[in-house]
Design a protein around this ligand. Structure first.
Ligand code: ZN
Ligand code: ZN
Ligand code: ZN
Length: 163
């Protein structure tokens, strides 16, 4: 696979520092759970993989068998709220997490295999201003996810199967 600009992996040490800073800001004690989450997320940031809460929970339970799912969930949502983790919504209502960094971007997701492509596109600023004016809203943010079928999934469908 050829890597391009938009899918360039984030610097693991930068991510580790940011995750630590978020946990410090929310004055969470330095627990074993927290250290394990930091370690796993740095690995995931380095690989650029997206993951579900259960992926992360099952992986962490190898090292901490009594770890609760709710603990992992709370830690992940905290990182999402701080803008460090992306919550990627799929067309079928499920979602994955991904260490996305803090650069503004959006995602294109495959409805079939759930692969994720990072997009450096957004609506122009004046569009948001116009929407704000029309609706008399003070627009504070937005999310934008594009759906479709990736090339691999479309190719797999190609041979007509006779049932
Ligand atoms: Zn992203
Ligand atoms: Zn696909
Ligand atoms: Zn945007």
């Amino acid at each position: 696979m050829q890597s391009n600009e938009t899918s360039k992996n984030l610097d693991a040490s930068v991510i580790a520092d940011k995750i630590r800073a978020v946990f410090d800001e929310t004055s969470q004690r330095r627990t074993r759970t927290r250290e394990l989450i930091e370690k796993r997320l740095v690995e995931l940031a380095t690989s650029g993989a997206d993951f579900t809460i259960d992926d992360l929970w099952q992986a962490m339970r190898q090292e901490m068998p009594r770890l609760g799912r709710a603990t992992v969930y709370r830690a992940l949502e905290k990182l999402v709220n701080m803008g460090l983790l992306g919550r990627i919504e799929f067309a079928d209502g499920t979602h994955h997490y991904r260490v996305c960094g803090d650069r503004h971007h959006h995602h294109l997701t495959c409805t079939q295999c759930h692969c994720v492509v990072e997009l450096d596109v957004c609506l122009p600023e004046d569009q948001f201003a116009a929407i704000g004016n029309q609706t008399k809203f003070d627009i504070e943010g937005h999310s934008l996810t594009l759906f479709g079928r990736c090339e691999d999934c479309r190719n797999q469908q190609e041979p007509a199967t006779t049932l």
